[in-house]
Design a protein around this ligand. Structure first.
Ligand code: GAL
Length: 562
């Protein structure tokens, strides 16, 4: 997007400029939780670490082994230190960390910003009822073990009387951030805070502040865990849901600051090979962390080949770190495009339907203005290469994803930011969490609707701050938003904020799309779901000059230091 303006939030994201010191590309590795939960010992962890190396996955980039919840006791020792569970870790944690390092891997650990972890074990946060947190002492202990990665969950965060949940979480995550800085060891910091606000208006505020403290954050519900009693129960709906809630959040993501849509369970039972290809493709298109969570020893050769696909991993790890644009969505499929370094693009088509899908995509549909234009293509799951294709076509099995990298020739021209403009319905009941219910598309001549993949849902962001469809402009007309011939007046120009508002330049009011379908331009409210939009090009917010617009949202609540 060329000139759509960022007016809020960027100031809290120090990692926006330059090469980040930590996690310049999305973190990769393995974590025990989704497969084992609390059913592990040091042996389980080390066996998977060895398998990571033996299988070749470590060499493909999966380099961090993280021990999740349940590693510690419920109480601290008499000096206030955390105690590794002596049954699971009879020799303590240091030898486990050393063994992981000796394999050439990095070592990660789980803790919690509250007084107890989600499993009820000792947390680092403020004790229940108030008192001093343990962030610094625990960070020192982790550093002494050689921890390289910390996942800080958000169960049981204590909020003092009158203190908002948002403020209590912010204070806790900032304290951990400061503690990690104090101990001086480079430790990647994974924050679970936003996940505790999913579906609430505060979600966006939390997503704005976590960027200042850590390198990645979980923003929503857990991916479905392995069910020992029913191991083959399908977990694909959960993969789809995590993709669904993550995709609209591209504007929060830059290198060194990653949205985390949770573990890769692809390859494990409950996820077919086609579905595993889909998970890896979609996570790669979103530049999501790739953290495997399965019993690596039990993965089939075919599953290992999916998880280890170099080219797909390459798309995930591309240095631009952009989130894909949802070019088009209908009841059966999604089309995504993501810019890569070196003038290349990744394109993916997800077949969400239970039937086979035949697809053909022209350069124009992907945003390239040139007519007689060709792509040099690499189909990443079949490894087919072609030097000059005018259409990307594929036959895609149910739940599978086709994925390409493409290099457009000079005739294709510079691509515009073309695709859907969507808003979410934050409170979808469990059991109804599907793409059609959660995400609505902005459509000409002026409404929101279930996405149908039509031309009326295809928008182009102009370098002149216009939002166009079929050559006409989205414009404010009285209290309404309409599509009309572009007059290039302030009513045709829109500015985008990191909180997701589209603000009309003439009125300083917000584009408002109600679930009833009505589209209007109304006074901007703080994090109103009807006013929060996701734009093509991942909605990446680029600050262009000084903000010209008034702040739409009230400032984020500050968190007083304890
Ligand atoms: C959840 C978290 C999971 C896992 C679990 C441990 O809150 O999302 O990934 O860490 O806690 O209890």
């Amino acid at each position: 997007m060329a000139a759509i303006l960022c007016v809020a939030g960027a100031a809290s994201a120090p990692a926006l400029a330059g090469t980040p010191r930590l996690a310049a590309t999305p973190p990769m590795g393995w974590n025990d939780w989704a497969h084992y939960q609390c059913g592990f010992t040091a042996q389980t962890i080390l066996a998977n670490a060895r398998e990571l190396v033996k299988s070749g996955l470590a060499a493909r980039g999966y380099d961090t082994v993280t021990i999740d919840d349940c590693w510690m006791l419920k109480t601290r020792d008499r000096h206030g230190n955390l105690q590794p569970d002596p049954v699971r870790f009879p020799h303590g944690m240091r030898p486990v960390a050393d063994a992981i390092h000796a394999l050439g891997l990095k070592f990660g650990i789980y803790e919690d910003a509250g007084y107890a972890t989600c499993g009820g074990f000792a947390g680092s946060g403020v004790p229940n009822g108030g008192g001093r947190p343990h962030f610094l002492a625990d960070a020192k202990l982790f550093a002494s073990w050689g921890v390289d990665y910390l996942k800080l969950d958000g169960c049981n965060v204590y909020a003092a009387k009158g203190e908002s949940q948002n403020a209590a979480f912010r204070a806790a995550y900032r304290d951990e951030h400061l503690a990690l800085e104090r101990v001086g060891r480079p430790i990647v910091f994974s924050e679970s805070a936003p996940a505790y606000f999913q579906g609430t208006p505060d979600w966006y505020d939390v997503l704005s502040w976590v960027r200042g403290y850590g390198q990645l954050w979980r923003e929503g519900s857990d991916i479905e865990i392995f069910d020992r009693k029913n191991p083959d129960r399908s977990r694909f709906a959960s993969v789809m849901w995590n993709y669904e809630y993550n995709l609209p959040l591209g504007r929060f993501q830059t290198p060194g600051n990653w949205n985390d849509s949770d573990f890769i369970i692809g390859g494990d039972r409950g996820v077919t090979l086609a579905e595993s290809r889909s998970q890896l493709s979609l996570w790669a298109m979103m530049s999501a962390p790739l953290i495997l969570s399965s019993n690596l020893d039990k993965l089939s050769r075919a599953a290992l080949a999916v998880l280890g696909n170099r080219a797909v991993i390459g798309v995930d790890q591309d240095a631009l770190g952009r989130m894909a644009t949802l070019v088009r969505r209908d009841a059966s499929h999604d089309v995504l495009i993501k810019p890569l370094t070196g003038g290349r693009y990744a394109v993916a088509v997800l077949n969400r339907s239970p039937g086979t899908l035949h697809i053909g995509l022209s350069p124009r549909e992907l945003g390239f203005p040139g007519g007689a234009c060709r792509f040099e293509t690499h189909e990443l799951w079949t490894n087919a290469r072609n030097r000059a294709l005018s259409t990307l076509s594929a036959t895609i099995a149910a739940h599978d994803t086709a994925m390409w990298t493409i290099r457009p020739d000079a005739r294709c021209g510079a691509p515009a930011d073309v695709g859907t403009i969507t808003r979410i319905v934050p409170k979808v009941p469990r059991g109804h969490r599907d793409a059609e219910r959660y995400t609505l598309c902005l459509a000409a001549p002026g409404k929101v609707e279930r996405c149908a993949g039509t031309g009326q849902e295809t928008w182009t962001l102009g370098p002149d701050d216009t939002v166009r469809t079929a050559g006409e402009c989205l414009a404010q007309s009285g209290d309404r938003a309409v599509v009309r011939a572009c007059g290039l007046t302030a009513s045709d120009r829109w500015h985008y904020t990191v909180l997701g508002n589209l603000i009309n330049e003439a009125s300083h009011r917000c584009l408002t799309g109600r679930t009833s379908g009505t589209l209007s331009v109304a006074a901007c409210q703080h994090n109103a779901a009807s006013q929060i939009w996701s734009l093509p090009s991942g909605g990446a917010v680029r600050e262009v000059g000084a903000p010209r617009m008034a702040r739409a949202a009230r400032p984020m609540p500050g968190a007083a230091r304890r």
